[in-house]
Design a protein around this ligand. Structure first.
Ligand code: ZN
Length: 441
């Protein structure tokens, strides 16, 4: 017999372009992990409600699609607050790379990714795209937490954690993809090349070929700083975007992260090639990298998802905080309160994030046929009253307002208690790893 769950009495935000977006008192039927029906409660009778024994009462809550974080490095929770207020290149070379060379091993990646998974679930994220080293350990942590994930193994032309000889970075990534492809419905393995300035053209092309052959996504940090553009122009006589395009890297299975420093031609190329963009405004602001031309990218019909980036450059994984900041930073840069609206940002964090990750048929909206990735937000908090429309989700809501998370039809968090993993044990393990790290640096 098929397992059915009925969610009733909540306000429903569908994020589905073909349905009514905001239903004031609605219902959702979940059958075997799929969203089967969404509608107004007034349109069904009590016999329908009584026919489903498993009922979740969402009175006083907003029921919406789980949020999507299109870019992070989950295991970097260990480095949260380790080196703040430093320029990107100094930060990478003097702080992050040395700390990574000492601290990153499979155990660290497992526990710190698990901490990240807990933080994300508690703040409403139900799908994450992660990129790091020892990514198998991250994938294991996400699978145990019940978090939908694109787990991408890091590729870089330096000795890296788990890949001491960069000559084997592609082989290592291939092994990782082979071991996770088809293993767990929640986990999609992928390739993450760190950047055009840390990977050679040969490595970039080999990595993209591997992604094509294995039918996975390909992620890359791109055009993050002005310095990167200058360096690429000096070395390759073109912009980072045009350089990657000339290598055949850009297509609809490539996700370009950051895209802060783009010229008009770059924007055209991104639009024409169909690659997705993950914008990470918190990270770009904290590292003073710049403000991405998001309004121009939106005008150019580029699909944009929202990312937090890793905890070393943010320092939280709360997509509600990222939405608020994203909707405001572009307004102040352009001195125009109409650019990058709350509605557009909400799409980036849900349906467009799903598009960027090639998951629009699976998640990102409350649409019949999609998997049930659903969160419930407490509307009774003073800062959520009154509720005229969905804009308060961007400008007033916080991750801590989320009470319930359902991922792939499974109840993963109830009344702010995560049901899949032991948060106290995780915190203890990460604190112990942080003590080890401070002793060695
Ligand atoms: Zn990043």
């Amino acid at each position: 017999m098929k397992k059915k769950t009925l969610i009733i009495n909540g306000m429903i935000l569908t994020m589905d372009e073909l349905q009514e977006n905001l239903i004031h008192c609605g219902f959702i039927v979940i059958e075997d992990g799929n969203i089967q029906k969404v509608g107004k409660l007034s349109e069904v009778d009590s016999s329908f409600v009584n026919s489903i024994p498993d009922i979740i009462d969402a009175s006083g809550k907003l029921v919406m699609p789980g949020l999507i974080n299109t870019h992070t490095h989950a295991a970097m929770t260990l480095f949260r607050g380790l080196a703040d207020d430093i320029p990107l290149m100094t930060w990478l070379q003097n702080h992050i790379f040395p700390a990574e060379s000492k601290a990153v091993n499979p155990e660290m990646v497992y526990w710190c990714s698990k901490l990240a998974a807990a933080e994300m679930i508690l703040s409403g994220t139900t799908t994450v795209a992660d990129g790091y080293f020892h990514e198998g350990s991250a994938a294991e942590a996400f699978a145990e937490a019940g978090l939908r994930s694109v787990a991408a193994q890091g590729v870089i032309d330096f000795p890296a954690p788990g890949v001491p000889d960069p000559a084997y970075n592609i082989d290592k990534t291939e092994d990782f993809i082979e071991s996770w492809q088809g293993k767990n419905d929640l986990i999609s393995p992928a390739v993450f090349c760190h950047s055009p300035y840390t990977c050679s053209s040969e490595t970039l092309q080999k990595a993209k070929k591997l992604a094509n052959r294995m039918n996975t996504l390909f992620f890359i940090h791109l055009a993050e700083t002005k310095g990167e553009v200058e360096q690429t122009k000096a070395k390759h006589n073109t912009t980072p975007v045009q350089y990657l395009n000339s290598l055949g890297i850009l297509d609809e299975n490539t996700v370009c992260v950051h895209c802060v420093w783009l010229d008009e031609e770059d924007i055209k190329i991104i639009a024409q090639t169909g690659c997705g963009v993950s914008t990470c405004p918190d990270s770009n602001m904290k590292l003073a990298s710049g403000v991405a031309p998001l309004d121009q990218m939106l005008k150019g019909n580029i699909t944009i998802g929202l990312g937090t980036d890793g905890c070393a450059s943010n320092n939280t994984l709360d997509i509600f905080a990222a939405m608020d900041l994203c909707a405001k930073v572009h307004k102040v840069k352009k001195l125009d309160p109409t650019v990058v609206s709350a509605g557009e940002v909400l799409k980036m964090a849900t349906i467009d994030g799903a598009r960027v990750l090639g998951m629009k048929k699976i998640t990102g909206s409350l649409t019949p046929g999609k998997r049930a990735d659903i969160i419930m937000l407490d509307l009774q908090q003073p800062h959520m009253q009154p509720m005229y429309n969905a804009d308060n989700l961007v400008y007033a809501a916080r991750g801590s307002d989320i009470s319930t998370a359902i991922i792939d039809g499974n109840l993963v968090m109830k009344d702010r208690k995560i049901l899949t993993i032991d948060i106290e044990e995780i915190k203890e393990r990460v604190r112990s790893l942080s003590r080890d790290l401070t002793e060695t640096i």
